[in-house]
Design a protein around this ligand. Sequence first.
Ligand code: SF4
Length: 404
Amino acid sequence: MMMEYFEQLEDGLRKAIASGQASPRKIYSLEVARLGKRLYSGTNRVAWCGITAPFDLLGAMGITSCFVEFIGAMLASTGAAGEFIEATEHIGYSSDSCSYHRAVTGAAIKGLMPEPEFLIGTTNPCSGGLAVIENLAAHFKKKLFVLHVPQDESGKNVRYFADQLRDMTAFITDVTGITPDPEKLKMAMTNTNRTRSILAEIYDLARGLPSPVTSKELSNFGIVMALFLGTEEAVNVAEAYRDEFKHRLAAGATGRPKEKFRLLWIQNRIQFKNPIEKLLEDEFGARIVIDELNDITWDPIDLDDIYGGLARRSISIPFNGTIEKRVSHLRKLAKAYQVDGAVNPCNWGCRQGTGARGLIEDGLKEIGVPVLNLEVDCVDSRKFTEGQFRTRLEAFVEMMESRK
Ligand code: SF4
């Protein structure tokens, strides 16, 4: 089922791009489809990982790696997540836990997760994700390495984590027999740094008034681009976005005609098909110009200290550490993008989403940015009722209007 889905997706996108209908989002989606195909091909060496694993390092060692939540999101986008979530609940998992993880667990139960060669768990951003990886390791009877991501760079944390990354590399060599080739590693990190620098340009352009970005174009972008780091393809995707945004700004044209209100989207988007972005743009003139995870929080990787650079990068992500640190990052984004409001989907069962909502709301309110907290399951469409969301969005937009 999933292989067929990714094949059809790739085929459709390739044809559209070849017939002159290329767009940055299509070029990006093509890479998503190709990653899906590699994961399900049965011929690639696959590792299931936590979200903050160093995918460029794994790629340089010839491993197709991916965070497990990618599958939860893909099942949601195909509209099929419900049956997998049910399969998980059926064997006793709580319906209060994150549905990315219930969907992935259901996929494993139903034989839809490709067998990995090994697994890399990460303690960040959530212990639920680590539990899924541990369950998958037991399910497939495969070896697991856990990366304990320190909360900040204080003391000897960077060295401690860099050493863990070295240990992880030795673990992979032990399991697969592959030793990292220093030249391939440097090449991958050079591509990572090239991509990083173009991403910084994209985000800079997106700050424009009006922004050249449409609400949909950069959804899930930052988190998924991490999977392509280290490759030429990541550079190509990033260049496509940068060039298109430059073109729009130079031509005086924005992605969409109206930009009455600029919005910051907190955490991840809703993964199943839903009318929220369209509703925001078409009916309320509100555009999502920035997502929390669409930001560069790390320095270029020093080729003479690759493990140190990768360690700093993992530690730097906004979901790592205290909520105070996260709020401060959100405030920085809200100011830089001059937003009128923020939307927090508060994904059901998520510490990051629901656990931090009060402090996020207060922190943004202090700088004059109101927050709309939605109570939504971002993966399970069965709980979604459009009417209810429309009413909440309408009230929020009216409130933003009254502040203008
Ligand atoms: S939504 Fe929250 S609980 Fe679920 S994977 Fe993301 S961070 Fe973890």
